[in-house]
Ligand binder design. Structure first.
Ligand code: UDP
Length: 471
């Protein structure tokens, strides 16, 4: 079958590993399971070439031209603004792909949730426009709630979120668990509301989660009626849990050789003995906290593989230079510290790896689940505090480092770290069993009759049916 004859899906990826990797995996499934051709549209601004180099071979990619982004305030909203500034380029590119004679008709446009302002382009072309949320359904519930409480309220008069906030599905958020921009006093709140509203421009929302990860929230969404668009009733598009959408260990960077020290080192460690420590693509600790973590790992007596990132408060480009004096020598043999980046999925899938100290980015979380590895939750930014809560309280697959204290000090001490790491490795193995249960559920989600597979099938059928009726 010629790929060119297949109905085409265009997927608009926001820059960054946490957005691009799961969207690429979704694209691969649309091609390999549902007979579409797929093109991922990427941004040139903030893009990491090494990520683009390892996208699935069955998916085409095309990059948007760079736009001027030097004049932005530092406090968030950058990805949303990047989409806004790129809109003319996105429109031109999507139209040109859609008009191209070498490709079959456009079946749908899927936009990462940071690119939701591009959804009207789908409507202009008369094709379904879907959002892809690389986070969980609790995040979508929170977003929906923000729109609801602000519906009809004039700008500048946004009402406070009541806390604790009881989201449908039994997720209860204290003020401290809210993502920054969702706190009504936060400078980004007005933008959060505006951005949240854009979800309603979609015909559907594909969410990188699966049933057992958030069963009550999935059920709660099933109970919500979705009125006709334009009927006047509050409209929020239907949600489809189509995760976990994570990179597979065999699909890692072609440049993995560069990282093989991690894997070679793991090969030499006993099975189930290593604590993997990593804070995603952006997570940075302070200089003081980096030193405390080093001391905590050292005191724990456990084997560890630590991806050290540049401390937030430091200059230079060698993160290992910020480790305490003599730390590497004292822990050599039982610990490995690498700068900046590790082939994470392969590390988590390695038999030596037994636990994950993580910032709880949703991709990292799903990767840990996919490998049955319990976590020590150390949330840093975005919706990670909410994720940590879900993992610890609702799912029981994580312990949590003590959250910031009453006295306002945020430093997690070496003793707290050592105690938590030891507890995770040597204590009650309930959290490990929960992680293993979820691993099995994640695998079942993608079996032929699995819930995520069926949800994506339902969407694919809708898109193909719409093709038949397209004007
Ligand atoms: N990642 C990796 N190596 C690293 C750090 C991160 O491969 O050393 C990958 C990780 O596997 C995940 C993504 O980068 O797929 C990070 O996404 P996540 O949502 O966990 O966090 P974010 O970086 O978006 O905060």
């Amino acid at each position: 079958e010629r790929l060119a004859a297949r109905p085409h899906v265009i997927l608009l990826a926001s820059p960054g590993a946490g957005h691009l990797i799961p969207l690429a995996e979704l694209a691969r499934r649309l091609v390999e399971l549902h007979g579409f051709a797929a093109t991922i549209v990427t941004f040139t601004n903030f893009s990491a070439p090494e990520l683009l180099a390892c996208l699935p071979a069955s998916v085409a990619t095309v990059a948007l031209p760079a736009v001027q982004m030097d004049d932005l305030p530092k406090n968030g909203g950058v990805l949303v603004e990047l989409t806004r500034r790129s809109l003319p380029n996105i429109r031109a590119l999507v139209r040109s792909i859609s008009n191209s004679t070498s490709t079959a008709p456009l079946a749908a446009l899927v936009a990462d949730f940071m690119c939701s302002t591009a959804l009207p382009i789908a409507a202009e072309l008369g094709v379904p426009g879907y959002l892809f949320v690389p986070s969980n359904l609790a995040h979508v519930a929170l977003t929906r709630y923000v729109i609801e409480i602000n519906e009809g309220v004039a700008p500048g008069e946004y009402r406070d979120l009541a806390v604790p906030l009881e989201l449908p599905g039994g997720v209860s958020l204290r003020h401290a668990d809210l993502p920054d921009g969702y706190r009504s006093k936060h400078e980004g709140y007005v933008q959060t509301v505006e951005w949240s509203r854009c979800h309603c421009l979609g015909d559907g929302v594909l969410v990188n989660t699966f049933y057992e990860m958030e069963p009550a929230t999935v059920e709660a969404f099933k109970q919500l009626a979705v009125p006709e668009q334009g009927s006047g009733a509050f409209f929020f598009p239907p949600v489809f849990p189509v995760g976990p959408s994570v990179r597979r260990p065999d699909r890692h960077e072609p440049t993995a050789g560069e990282f093989s020290p991690c894997l070679e080192w793991l090969d030499r460690q006993p099975a189930g003995s290593v604590v993997y420590v990593a804070f995603g693509s952006r997570g940075a600790l302070s200089v003081e906290q980096t030193a405390e973590l080093a001391a905590g790992l050292e005191t724990s007596g456990q084997r560890f593989l630590w991806v050290v990132r540049m401390p937030s408060t430091a200059g230079g480009d060698d993160p290992l230079a910020w480790l305490p004096e003599g730390f590497l020598a004292r822990t050599s043999g039982r610990g490995l510290a690498v700068a900046a980046w590790a082939p994470q999925v392969r590390v988590l899938a390695h038999p030596a790896t037994a636990a994950f100290v993580s910032h709880c980015g949703w991709n990292s979380t799903l990767e840990s689940v996919g490998c049955g590895v319990p976590m020590l939750a150390w949330p840093l930014y975005a919706e990670q505090r909410m994720n940590a809560l879900l993992l610890e309280q609702n799912l029981g697959m994580a312990l949590r480092v003590p959250p910031s204290r009453e006295d306002g000090r945020c430093l997690v001490t070496r003793h707290e770290i050592a105690k938590a790491v030891k507890e995770l490795m040597e204590g009650d193995q309930k959290v490990r069993r929960r992680a293993e249960d979820l691993q099995k559920a994640a695998a079942r989600a993608w079996l032929p009759e699995g819930p995520s597979r069926r949800a994506l099938e339902e969407v694919a059928v809708k898109w193909k049916a719409a093709l038949g009726t397209a004007k």
